[in-house]
Design a protein around this ligand. Structure first.
Ligand code: HEC
Length: 163
């Protein structure tokens, strides 16, 4: 018991002094946190998968799943708005403008329009890769979804996605 108490008080002191990051300036703590947050590469993996999955959701008439994939394809990029603020603006423009016809086709549950817009978007994904020095990352459309753990044919409406 005595030992335990001593240990607790040492641990308490330690956390108030040397071992805790309390001595670091707030700025350097922020810099540390920022340095471990995702930039582009990590969320782009998610963008890639959600983009592929979206196609099969739309094709299967699971329009809520297609809308959901699109929504979180965009949201997955959120950390980059902080870690790569300037480059993130190009993503914003891409999603809000270039990708908008795909989102409109999802809302209209129009697979023909969706497929046309979706296919032409792939060139824009790759144009951004090239412009940022990643021309070797060339998106190609998969024959099957990137993830097979969900049913792409559940009938649903785009508005079924909770806010
Ligand atoms: C704003 C520019 C931009 C747009 C638009 C963009 N990407 Fe990317 N993407 C990047 C960059 C930059 C990388 C390389 C990541 C890095 O190293 O920081 C990348 C990497 C990737 C990767 C490789 C991820 C990995 O590490 O395995 C995939 C897959 C990908 N993008 C898919 C897409 C798809 C699909 C689209 C279109 C729906 C798209 N990207 C649109 C900039 C973009």
């Amino acid at each position: 018991m005595k030992h335990l108490l001593r240990y607790i008080s040492i641990a308490g002191l330690a956390s108030l002094s040397g071992f805790a990051p309390a001595q670091e300036s707030v700025q350097s703590q922020i810099d540390t946190i920022k340095s471990v947050l995702p930039k582009f590469a990590i969320p782009m993996r998610e963008v890639g998968d959600r983009f592929q999955n979206m196609y099969f959701a739309a094709k299967g008439g699971n329009w809520a799943l297609a809308a959901y994939m699109s929504k979180y394809m965009d949201k997955s990029m959120n950390p980059a708005s902080y870690t790569k603020a300037e480059e993130y603006q190009s993503w914003r423009y891409f999603y809000d403008t270039t990708f908008d016809p795909v989102n409109k086709a999802i809302k209209a549950q129009d697979f023909k329009a969706f497929e046309k817009e979706y296919m032409s978007t792939i060139a824009s994904c790759n144009a951004c890769h090239a412009s940022m020095g990643y021309g070797f990352i060339k998106v190609v459309k998969l024959r099957k979804p990137a993830n097979n753990g969900v049913d792409y044919k559940v009938p649903s409406k785009p508005g079924d996605v909770p806010p």
